[in-house]
Design a protein around this ligand. Structure first.
Ligand code: MLT
Length: 248
């Protein structure tokens, strides 16, 4: 199993699920910044079939493999879709839920069509067009103008994605169910994080989610776009640490 880990083995476990089209490596700033107090676990999202439920079940298998009965489960964007599916399928294993730069709603027809076009673009094995489009839309304007090293890191992470991986992830996202009715069932403490400049899952979407969640708490990361954990790791880590420290 492909899993990055940091922190004491007996510390409370925090599983972080990555965005599309990135990998568990995107959580390096969290593994480095938070592993003094928590056991950070960043698995690859594995789609044994194109569904967020299958990916959630794989996360449960990762917990089994690590001998963990439960964990704080968090995800950013696509990782959030999987985290919501994990709550639906394995609620007893969720100590708390972290939903970052994500949305509960299913894809609109327009988004599904865009994803189908992206699947066609990578069909020959060349991921360049998809990577360039995502590089344009995911980081916020402040990051694009002022954090060239972060943009370069996002590019590096995206360029490592394979055409096959992109295709199956797009299919799983197209098929994912609407999770809006799931949110009121989340009895675990929940944190919703969003970059102030996130144009993919904007702050108003995050605010609504935090209001629907029974114990939802909202954190807005200033001067960050859709990849808030990478764009301003210090601010993201401070919000996550404060939430984790508040847990019983
Ligand atoms: C992501 O960051 O995981 C993607 O932007 C999610 C999506 O395309 O819905």
């Amino acid at each position: 199993m492909s899993v990055r880990e940091a922190g004491p083995r007996d510390a409370p476990a925090v599983v972080l699920l990555h965005a599309f089209p990135l990998s568990g490596e995107m959580w390096r700033p969290q593994l480095e910044g938070l592993s003094d107090r928590w056991r950070l676990i960043a698995p690859e999202i594995v789609f044994n079939e194109p569904s967020v439920d299958a990916a959630a079940d794989h996360v449960a298998a990762v917990l089994d493999e690590l001998g963990l009965a439960d964990a704080v489960v968090g995800g950013l964007s696509m990782g959030g879709y999987v985290a919501m599916a994990f709550w639906r399928r394995h609620p007893a294993r969720v100590r708390a839920l972290v939903l970052a730069d994500t949305r509960a709603g299913a894809d609109t027809d327009e988004v599904r069509e865009r994803r189908s076009r992206q699947q066609q673009q990578v069909a020959g094995g060349d991921t360049t067009a998809v990577v360039e489009a995502m590089l344009d839309s995911l980081p916020g304007p402040y990051t694009k103008a002022n954090r060239p090293e972060v943009v370069a890191e996002i590019r590096r992470l995206m360029e490592a994605a394979t055409a096959e991986g992109i295709t199956v992830a797009l299919e799983a996202m197209k098929r994912r169910p609407d999770s809006t009715a799931t949110l009121p069932t989340v009895s675990a403490p929940a944190l919703v994080v969003v970059g102030e400049e996130d144009s993919v899952s904007p702050p108003e979407v995050a605010r609504e989610m935090s209001e629907i969640l029974p114990t939802g708490r909202l954190a807005v990361i200033p001067r960050a776009g859709h990849l808030s954990s990478l764009e301003d790791p210090d601010a993201f880590n401070a919000e996550l640490a404060s939430f984790l420290a508040s847990l019983p």
